[in-house]
Design a protein around this ligand. Structure first.
Ligand SMILES: O=C(O)CCC(=O)C(=O)O
Ligand SMILES: [Fe+2]
Length: 292
């Protein structure tokens, strides 16, 4: 054992998933270079750029003032599929979240493996002059306590270059191992500097926050998160993405959007797998008359 401080590692896109897992086990985060190919990033900009330009600046509630947030990326861009399927992101999410949970049913010991689901999808654009965001854990959304099982694996794709000057997300390496008594300090955070197309991947328990933008151009990131399937989605995908848009996506994406029950019984539709709704059409129980 050494006392060496964990550091934020940068891996090439060709890196094995296991190497990304090792880096995240140690530091709570990892940077993957060239996470998206240039064509996909161009496509995302094409689909999201105009809406982002038209979006009002934030009011400081979610992130810093003058930080522009555009939610609903899966509705707005089918290129979200490439992000959602990116092997390091999915591999990390499955590794950290899909841990078997054991329960008793009478004398039987049963094991359940939770599903994962998309919890947020948003573009975050930090305008010049924005102050640093307070360091925080994103699993606070689910009021998680620490130590405890991980509930979120998140990605921030650099849609523009991320530098220490323009507000690159800052991370405290190793902070995923802290309990809830230890607070984050600014001097412990390191910026996730990366070129456009690369991405920061981190756990819901890792302290992080947007940096200050002291440059003269906006910094734009695209953030998607996978959460445990038994938790409520921070961004309600069922309302955010109309059913006909969901139906246009492949089945693996539909499941990752939450149209899959989490064992043993969260998210049922008519007491069955919600995929039935997508496959067999509405059969809308809400419209069914069961009230006098
Ligand atoms: O924009 C960033 O760099 C980080 C934003 C963030 O952490 C958040 O919105 O929770
Ligand atoms: Fe955050």
């Amino acid at each position: 054992m050494t006392d060496a401080k964990p550091t934020l590692t940068t891996l090439p896109a060709s890196a094995a998933i296991e190497d990304a897992i090792d880096a995240v086990e140690a530091a709570g985060a990892v940077i993957i270079e060239d996470f998206l190919d240039p064509g996909t990033l161009d496509g995302l900009w094409e689909d999201l750029g105009p809406a982002l330009a038209a979006q009002a600046d934030g009011d400081g509630r979610l992130v810093g003032e003058k930080t522009r947030i555009l939610p609903g990326l899966v509705r707005r861009s089918a290129h979200s599929v490439a992000v959602m399927r990116q092997p390091h992101l999915l591999g990390l999410a499955r590794h950290f979240l899909q841990r078997p949970v054991r329960a008793w049913l009478g004398e039987q010991r049963i094991e359940f493996v939770p599903t994962i689901q998309l919890g947020i999808s948003r573009a975050i654009q930090i305008q010049p002059g924005v102050a640093p965001q307070g360091l925080h854990r994103d699993d606070t959304a689910h009021l998680r306590t620490h130590p405890g099982p991980e509930s979120r694996v998140q990605v921030m794709v650099a849609a523009s270059e991320f530098t220490a000057r323009n507000g690159a997300t800052r991370v405290i390496p190793g902070s995923h191992l802290w309990d809830d008594e230890r607070g984050p300090r600014e001097d412990e955070a390191v910026p996730a500097t990366m070129r456009a197309g690369s991405a920061l991947l981190w756990l819901g328990s890792t302290y992080h926050g947007a940096g200050a933008n002291t440059s003269d151009a906006p910094r734009t990131g695209l953030s998607y998160a996978y959460d445990l399937g038994n938790l409520r989605q921070e961004e309600n995908q069922y309302l955010s993405i109309p059913l006909d848009v969901v139906r246009g996506y492949p089945e693996d994406i539909q499941r990752l959007l939450g149209y899959e029950a989490c064992p043993p019984m969260c998210g049922l539709y008519e007491l069955a797998d919600p995929m039935l709704l997508l496959r067999d059409g509405p059969g809308d129980p809400v419209a069914a008359p069961h009230a006098p």
